[in-house]
Design a protein around this ligand. Sequence first.
Ligand code: ANZ
Length: 816
Amino acid sequence: GTAYDVHAVQQKWRQVWDGLDAFRAGSGPEGAEKRYALTMFPYPSGDLHMGHAEVMALHDVIARYWWQKGHDVLNPMGWDSFGLPAENAAIRNDEHPATYTYANIDTQYESFRNYAISFDWSRRFNTSDPEYYTWTQWLFLKFRERGLAYRKNSPVNWCPHDQTVLANEQVVDGHCERCGTEVTKRELTQWYFKITDYAQRLLDDMAPLEGTWPERVLTAQKNWIGRSEGAHVTFAVEGHDPITVFTTRPDTLYGATFMVVAADAALAQSLVTDEQRPALEAYLEQVRRSSDIERMATDRPKTGVFLGVHATNPVSGEQVPVWAADYVLADYGTGAIMAVPAHDQRDLDFARAFDLPVRTVVDTGEEDPETTYVATTGDGTYVNSGPLDGLSDKAAGIRAITEQLEADGVGSGTVNFRLRDWLLSRQRYWGCPIPIIHCEKDGEVAVPYDQLPVVLPDLRGADLKPKGVSPLAAAEDWVNVECPTCGGPAKRDSDTMDTFVDSSWYFLRYCSPHFTDGPFDEAAVREWMPADIYVGGVEHAVLHLLYARFFTKVLHDMGMIDFVEPFAAQMNQGQVINQGKKMSKSLGNGVNLGEQLDAYGVDAVRLTLVFAGPPEDDIDWADMSPGGSLRFLQRAWRLSGDVASAPGTPVEDGDPALRRVTAKTVHEADELLAGLRFNVMVARVMELVNATRKAIDSGCGPADPAVREAVEAVAVLLSLVAPYTAEEMWSRLGHEPTVARAGWPHVDPALLVESSVVAVVQVQGKVKARLDVAPDISAADLEALALADPAVVRAVEGREVRRVIVREPALVNVVV
Ligand code: ANZ
C-alpha cells in the first residue's frame, strides 16, 4: 500500500522483537569490543514524560550505534525506587509505598518497551528490592569497618514540612529542595559517610576526565570539593584554650585587628565572659532564623557581638578583641577567623559596623581602605608587617610567615576543603534500613552479614505520617531485637539511608544483576566497567556523580575493582521546554508524551528530539515539528517500497553518483555519531533520502542496485533513531529482523575519493574563474589551465604576468 500506518507498524514489530531478545549483553560477535552505555535510571513517579523521552532517545542512538558497529553492548535499565514521593502517596492513599512504586514501575516499563529503547531487560532491578538493598546494607557495613561510616551528634538541616533531615546539597537558597519550605537547624545523632577522606582524590582523579566529561560538571565538582591552601594560625587567649583559625592569607597576619568566631559554635560559648553572655544569647536567637547562604552573603549588613575577651597575635604580640558573628560559619575551616579588614571586604564591613581598627599591610597602590571602605585584595608591597616589609611577592610572603609560624609552634601550612561528610540518615520509612542494632551494653552492633537483609516491616498509610522520628521507631515488633553480641534486649537503628546511597553503586550491579555472593561479580565488572558513557541530566553534576565516584574509590581500596573512576565519558542532555519556558503545572504548558506518541508515533517523536539540535541544548517543543518528522519517515519508507519490486543485480553496476552519496553519508555518519553530533547525522540521512528519491524519479529508476544500496543504508542509519520505520523498511527490502543488528553498512573507500574538486583562480586577488579539476592535478597543469581560461585571459588583458602562485588543487593566484 502507499499509506504508512505507524501504529500498525509499531504493534507488529513490538511483538516480533519481544521474541528476538536482540540486545542481550554478551550476545555480540566473537571477540567483540565491550561497550557499556549507561543512562541515569528513573525514579518511578508516574509515567515517562518528555524529559525521559529526550534523554532515552539520545542515549539509545549511542547504544544502537555501538551494536551496529559490531561491539558487544551492555545497555541496562532499572529503577531508583526508594524515596519520599512513594511514602507521601502511601500516606495520602492509605496504602503501602510499594503499591505506588511498583505500579509506576510497571507503567514505565511498558512505556519503555513501546518507546523501543534497546535495553537489556534481563538485567532490570529496583533499588527497593530486598535482593538489591541487602547489598546496599552489606556495603554500608563494609564502609563502617573501614571507618568510613560513623555517627555523630550535630546540628542538621531540618525540613519542618517533610519532617526530615536534609543534606546540605538538598537545601537550595535556605529552602527544602523538594517542598520549598524554609529549612531550620536541629540537633540529631546521624550517620555520615566520611567522603572528606577522599576529597583530594576526588579532585585529582578528575584530570583524565577533562575532555570527556562536560566542563560544567567538572567545574561544579571542583567548586563543591572547594580546596583552599592556607594555614592554621593559633592565637593565645588568657585563661582559655588558644583559638586556631584557618586563613588563605597568613601573609596578612600583621593586619589582623580582631578575631571572629562563629556565633553558633561551642567555641563562642566557652570564650564568652559572664558579662557578655546575655548579649550572645540574644544574638543567637536572631542568627538561628537565617540560613547559611544569607549569612555568607557579602552584601548583608554585618551583625555580631563582642565576647569580652582578647587574643594575642602570634607574630606581633598585639592584643586583639574576639567577636562572635554569623558571617563566620561553624562548620568551615576551624569556625574562627582572624579578621584582616584592610584586605577582606566582609571583615572591613564588620570593622565599619563596630568601629574596629583597620590596618593596611599590603600596599597595592590603591586608595586607603580605611577611607574608601573598599578592601584592597590585589598584589602589592608589604607594609606594617615586620620582617615582610618591602617584599612584593605574595607567594614568598605566605611562605615566609608560614615557616615562621611553624618554627614558633603557633601554626602550620594546611589545606582546607569545603566538602563536608555525607549525612546519610533519613527519618523516613521508604528507604534502605541501616543494618545496625543499638544495645545498652554493647553499644552500636553491626547486624551479622548472614542476617542481611534487614527487611522493612510492613507499614502503611497512617503508620508513615511524619513524627520527627523515623516511622520505623514505632514499629515495635521490628525495632525490638536481641543484641547479636550479648543476646540482651536491643533496638534496631530506625533511620533509613539517603536514596543517593542506593544510586551510588547500581551501575556496578548491572554487570551481574542476579549475583548472590556479593554486590557484584568482580569478573563481570572487569568486563564492562568503567561505563563508556553516562548519559543524564546536569542536575546531577554534584551530588549523585560525586557520591558514585566516592563509592568507586572505596571499592577500589577494598580491592573489589581495579579502576578509580566509574564513568569514562559523560553527556548531559538539555531540557525539553515549551513556548520558551520550563514545563510546569502552574503555567499549563506541559506537553504530554503519551499524546505526542498517539498523534505521531514513537519514531517521529524520537526523531524530532534527536534532530532538534546538539544534545546538550534545550528543546523548545513549540518550535518542533513532529508532523514534519513523520512525513520524512514516510518518504524514507516509500523508498523501500519502490525498491521491493526491483530485481537484484550486482551493486558495482549501480549509478556511481548515488553510490558516492551513500558512501559519503555512511562515512560521515560514523564520525558524527562518535562525536555525539546526532542531529547532524540525521540531517545527512535526510539528504541521502532526497538524493535517492531524485535518482529514482529522474535518473536510474528503482531497479538500479545503487538505489537498493542507498535505501539499505538509510534503514540501518535510521535504526538508531526510528527503529520501527527502519525495521519495516528492512523487511520490505526482503531482510529478516532485526535491522538493529544488521551491522554497519560497508563503505568502498574508492567511492570516498572525490572525482573532482573546484580550483579558484584569482587575478590581483579577485576571483575570476572556478575550474573543475582532478584532485591530484599537478601544479604545472593547473597553472596552464588557469592561464588558458577565457575569463582569466580577459582579466589579464595584455598586461605582463609577473607571478603565478599555485596551491594545487584548490587555488591559483595571478599577479600582473
Ligand atoms: C584572613 C584573610 C585575609 C582571609 C584576607 C582572606 C583574605 P576560602 O578561600 O573560601 O577557603 N574564613 C575562614 N574560615 C571561615 C569561616 N568558617 N567562615 C567564614 N569565613 C571563613 O576562604 C578562606 C578565607 O575565608 C580565610 O582566609 C578566612 O579569611 C575566611 F586578606 O583569613 B581569610
